[in-house]
Design a protein around this ligand. Sequence first.
Ligand SMILES: Cc1cc2nc3c(=O)[nH]c(=O)nc-3n(C[C@H](O)[C@H](O)[C@H](O)COP(=O)(O)OP(=O)(O)OC[C@H]3O[C@@H](n4cnc5c(N)ncnc54)[C@H](O)[C@@H]3O)c2cc1C
Length: 459
Amino acid sequence: MTFARQVLSVDELRGQLKGSILTPADPDYEAARRGWLLTVDQYPAVIVIANDAQDVVAAVRFARDLGLGVSVQSTGHGLKIPVDEGVLIITKRMKGLQINAASRTARAEAGVVWEQVIAAAAEFGLAPLVGTSPHVGVMGYSLGGGIGWLARKYGLAADSVHGIEIVTPDGELRRASATENSDLFWGVRGSGGNFGVVTAIEFSLYPVATIYGGNLSYPGHLAGEVLRFYREWTKQLAEEMTSSLTLVKIPSLPQVPEEMRGRMSVILKAVYVGDAAAGAAMIQQWLDWQMPTSNTFKEMPFTEIGTVANDPVDPSPGYPSSEMLDELSDEAIAVMVRYATNPRSPLTISELRHAGGAITRADRSANAIGNRDAQFYMTMAGLAPTVEARTAVEAYIQRYSADLKPYLRGGVYLNFVRGSELGKRTKDAYSAESLARLVALKQQYDPANMFRYSYRLVE
Ligand SMILES: Cc1cc2nc3c(=O)[nH]c(=O)nc-3n(C[C@H](O)[C@H](O)[C@H](O)COP(=O)(O)OP(=O)(O)OC[C@H]3O[C@@H](n4cnc5c(N)ncnc54)[C@H](O)[C@@H]3O)c2cc1C
C-alpha cells in the first residue's frame, strides 16, 4: 500500500462514514488499537469505529479494494491475532438491542455486551446464555461457541442463535438463518470471525429469573482430594447444575498484600437453575464431605450472575490456553495438581468446566461446533504483562499440556486460545468432516482470507 493511495482512500472512506476513522497519526489511535486483553499489541493501518451496519459495509469494501485484512473488535476480550497493517473495525458503538418477550428472543447489534442483555431480558423474567463475565461481548462469545452457567441445561450460546446479519468479504450485507444462506449460517456458528463482520445476531432467551449459585473455597493443599470429589460429584449431577473447579494461585503483584501472594486455593463455582432447595441439596454433598473455608451459595436474581465467577472487569494481560477431557483420571489429576500447585508456576489458574448435558445432546449437524462429547473444558492461564512473562507462561503451558496429553481428548475450545497456538489447534476444534466443510466455505466466501485474524481455518 503506498502512502498516497492510503491517504486518498482514507479520506474517501471518512466521507462515507457516520462513525470515526483513525490512522496512526491520530491522537486517539493509541487507545483505540488496544482491547481488553492487553497481551495483544496491534498496529492496524486504519481503525474504523462503526456506528452502524452501513459503516461496516463501507469499511469492508475499503479493505477489499486495497487487498487489506480485516479484524473485528467489540470488547477486545478475545483478540486472537494482532492486526498489523490491516483494517480494524471496532463495533462498540453498535449497541442496539431488542427483546421480544413473546417469542423469548433477542436481537443484538455487534457492540452489545452481555450485561446489557441480562438487564433488558430480566424485565421479562428471561435470561440469556451468558458466560462467567457479563462484560464479554455477545458476538465473539456466541460465534466461538459460548459456554456459560446455563450450558448443561440449555446448551452453548451458538446453539441458541437463529439468525445473523453479516457483511461478507465481498462487502455485501446478508442475512443468514436456517432458511437463508444456510451454509453460511452453519459455518459462522463455531468459527469465530472467519466469514465477515456480523452486524446483528438473534438468539433465544430462557425463563430464568433466579438462580442458586456461589462458590465454595478449599485450601490449596487439598487440591487432589477436591478434584477427585469433583469427579465423582459431577458424575451424578442434574443438568440444571453447571459448575467449574478452579485451582487458583493469587498472583505476586504489587497490588496484592504480601502475605496473600502465591497462596493457592481450590474453588468450586456453580449455578443451579430451578428450585433453590434442590440446588442446595447438591451443594450440601460438598459440605457433608468437607467443610470449605468459605461458602457464598445463595439464591439470587439472575441479574447477579456475574458475582458467581467475579471475573476481572478491568483490562488484563492474561494469556490463556485450552484443553478438553472426556474423563478425569487419577493420572490427569496428579498432573494438574503438580503443575497448578508448583510454587514456581507462572499460572494463576487451572480450571475445569463441567460440560455434557444439553451441549452433548444438541443436533450435531446444525452448526460447526465440535467436541460435543467432551466432559470438561479446561483452561490454563497466567498473567503476561511483559514479553519475558509471556514466554514463561507459554513454555509452562506447553509442558503442562504435554504431560497431560495421554489423558486429554485432543479437542480444544478456541474461545480460550490465543496467538500462534491457533495455527496448531484450530483443526482440533472440529470433526474432520466439519473442518473440510468450513475450509470449503472459506474458499467460497473469503478466498483471499481477508478475515485472517480469527481461528486459523486456512494459512
Ligand atoms: C474474563 C473473561 C471471561 C470469559 N468467560 C467466558 C465464558 O464463561 N465462556 C466462554 O465461552 N468464553 C468466555 N470467555 C472467552 C470469550 O468468549 C472470548 O474471548 C470471546 O471471543 C470474547 O468476545 P468479545 O466480542 O467480547 O471479544 P472481542 O475481542 O471483541 O472479539 C473476539 C473475536 O470475536 C470475533 N468477533 C467479535 N465480534 C465480531 C463480529 N461482529 N463479527 C465477526 N466476528 C466477531 C473476532 O474474531 C474477534 O477477534 C471469557 C473471556 C474473558 C477474557
